[in-house]
Design a protein around this ligand. Structure first.
Ligand SMILES: [Fe+2]
Ligand SMILES: [Fe+2]
Length: 347
């Protein structure tokens, strides 16, 4: 927790810092976890948007695999998707869409990852008060940022550790993504779409393909790169299991001043909070709740919605509690409700 305090000290009131609860996430499984997957009707809109995005990304991927990158028929669809995402994120139901980014992404990681990247990048862009049109461009770029994978040999599907020459192949995908985005005409602002080429660059020069440093990386590039890392950490891959959101945020805080500028990580943490939207926490009264909104001034006191009561019974439409206004209720620890990730299984 030391690293959080170092980064956030100047933004958190003294009582907020003191309220930080340490402790490793506790696993919940079995019937309780199954109950936590209850899907309300209201959530269907977000699910449909997410699934539409996955289908659209799959179609864009097929187009990107063609040698000549001919006419791109999906630009207006992608624009509509990005605008719908932004509209939803500016509504009171934003949390439902953000929770969907926790959806399980196997067996086909890239399409779900691409849609989630668009949602989270737009969320951060909006909360950072970027102009609306710039946020839409960022969402579209994020949606297409890994499309270059279609233009390289599929070594990224390998189960085993990659050989050096295969890593070199993977490192070509950001520039191939930018090439495909330019050919598609779906992102009008080159100052934003360059983020696709730079989403694996790092502030300390340790990234690829050009080992750029912080001075040469734009704000959209840094937002997309952080979102990319966060989503990669919090979703299972062939060679490792998923990291709980709380741990991923902690890992990212450890990258401040190294892979990412301190200010970029600070802004990211303020928006994502220590307990990211969609993650689950145990309250001091024993209830288990899902985080639905963060509080920038008090990162340990987000707004939560109770999903399992203190006796272990699932609650369909549990109480919404703004912890900022509660003196006696606070987060005791992050928890892993396995099946929050299985909102629906893809594939
Ligand atoms: Fe990538
Ligand atoms: Fe990515």
């Amino acid at each position: 927790m030391v690293e959080f305090r170092k980064i956030l000290r100047k933004d958190i009131p003294a009582e907020g810092a003191a309220a930080v609860q340490l402790g490793e996430p506790q696993e919940i499984s079995g019937p309780l976890a199954a109950c936590a997957t209850e899907i309300s009707d209201e959530r269907c809109f977000s699910e449909r948007l997410f699934l539409d995005g996955i289908a659209l990304n799959g179609a864009a991927f097929e187009w990107a695999a063609t040698e000549d990158l001919g006419e791109f028929p999906l630009a207006t669809h992608i624009d509509s998707l990005a605008r719908e995402i932004c509209d939803r994120l500016e509504s009171s139901a934003a949390w439902k869409l953000l929770c969907i980014t926790r959806a399980r992404s196997e067996p086909d990681y890239l399409p779900a990852h691409s849609v989630s990247s668009a949602i989270l990048s737009a969320h951060i862009g909006l909360r950072a008060n970027l102009p609306d049109e710039r946020v839409i461009e960022l969402a579209k770029t994020a949606f297409m940022h890994d499309i270059g994978m279609a233009r390289i040999p599929r070594v990224w599907e390998k189960e085993d550790k990659l050989a050096n020459h295969e890593i070199s192949i993977i490192q070509k995908h950001p520039l191939e993504s930018l090439k495909a985005i330019a050919a598609s005409g779906c992102c009008d602002n080159p100052q934003v779409s360059v983020a696709a080429a730079e989403h694996h660059e790092r502030a300390d020069g340790s990234g690829y393909p050009h080992c750029k440093t912080a001075d040469n990386l734009s704000e959209p590039s840094l937002i997309l790169a952080l979102v990319d890392v966060y989503l990669a950490l919090t979703h299972p891959r062939r060679h490792r299991s998923a990291m709980p959101p709380f741990d991923a945020v902690r890992a990212i805080s450890g990258m401040a001043g190294k892979a990412f500028p301190m200010s970029t990580v600070r802004d990211f943490l303020k928006i994502m909070s220590l307990y990211p939207i969609g993650s689950a926490v145990r309250l001091n009264n024993g209830d288990i709740a899902r985080v639905i909104s963060s509080c920038e001034r008090q990162l340990t006191r987000p707004t939560v919605k109770v999903i399992i009561d203190r006796n272990g019974f699932p609650i369909r439409d549990g109480a919404t509690i703004n912890l900022k206004n509660e003196e006696l209720i606070f987060i005791r620890e992050p928890v892993c409700v396995n099946s929050i990730d299985t909102v629906f299984k893809l594939g």
